[in-house]
Design a protein around this ligand. Structure first.
Ligand code: NAP
Length: 243
């Protein structure tokens, strides 16, 4: 039977490109969404025109009970989960002194707790089959930090710590765990940047361009087929992050 993958935040941006790439590789994909139901439906319909069939599933991944329902649905329908892509995430641009407890709790729930609880719900099935591939979406800010992005950077550094620790713990069970740390990728998340700011990022980037969601999806395609890479934070940033 073909492999089965859950992709969180799979209806738009980087997650959408990942869903398309995996589904075109004959992997059964459950594309999770939370708010973007319409986009999820359109993605499903678009792929159906290519005779590719995905499942779309609504769940707020910052809530364990909703994650559990999604995982149970996947197991009932397909009997296994081979690949988990913890992609869902939110941004937060604030001066450190302006971050409220509520801001902090919210971003930690969506960016970090979601990776913890989704992985924890999926792991029993991977352990049973003694194989699995988990890929967490981190960020260049998790490694380098970002001004006015302290909470966001802290969550992504947390994701990287979780990735490395879990890779050690789950390696003997043949479950690989890696992070991908994108630089600037052209998605809704970056709508806040002006044309001038984007030009400046391009100038600071050795490859003189900004990334596209498909650049991340290509790495995911490779990682899911690989069998000797684990515990890594893979930077995809056009060289923007070279220090
Ligand atoms: P995006 O276009 O803003 O999309 C964010 C995705 O996360 C959406 O699919 C959204 O789903 C989902 N999401 C947010 N909260 C959720 C929740 N509580 N439950 C389920 N899904 C939720 O962002 P993106 O650029 O594609 O980012 C994807 C990942 O890459 C994020 O983890 C982000 O931190 C990381 N990243 C992005 C960049 C970049 O430059 N774009 C750089 C570094 C890292 P709904 O719309 O359905 O709610």
């Amino acid at each position: 039977m073909e492999k089965v993958a859950i992709v969180t935040g799979g209806s738009r941006g980087i997650g959408k490109a990942i869903v398309e790439a995996l589904a075109r590789k004959n992997i059964k994909v459950i594309a999770n969404y939370n708010r973007s139901e319409e986009k999820a439906k359109i993605l499903k319909e678009e792929l159906e025109k290519e005779n590719i069939f995905i499942d779309i599933f609504k769940a707020d991944v910052s809530k364990r009970e909703e994650v559990k329902v999604m995982v149970d649905y996947t197991i009932e329908k397909y009997g296994k989960i081979d690949i988990l892509i913890n992609n869902a995430g939110i941004d937060q641009e604030k001066m450190f002194q302006d971050i409220t407890d509520e801001d902090w709790d919210n971003i930690v729930k969506v960016n970090l707790y979601s990776v913890f609880c989704t992985t924890q719900e999926v792991i029993p099935y991977m352990l049973k089959q003694k194989s699995g591939c988990i890929i967490n979406m981190s960020s260049i800010y998790g490694t380098n930090g970002g001004s006015c992005a302290v909470a966001y950077s802290a969550t992504k550094a947390g994701v990287d710590g979780m990735t490395k620790s879990l890779a050690k713990e789950l390696g003997p069970s043949h479950i690989r765990v890696n992070s991908i740390a994108p630089g600037y990728i052209d998605t809704d998340m970056n709508e806040k940047y002006s044309k001038e700011e984007i030009e400046q990022i391009k100038e600071e980037t050795p490859l003189e361009k900004i990334g596209k969601p498909v650049d991340i999806a290509k790495c995911i395609e490779w990682l899911v087929e690989d069998n000797f890479t684990t515990g890594q934070v893979i930077s995809i940033n056009g060289g923007w992050g070279i220090t």
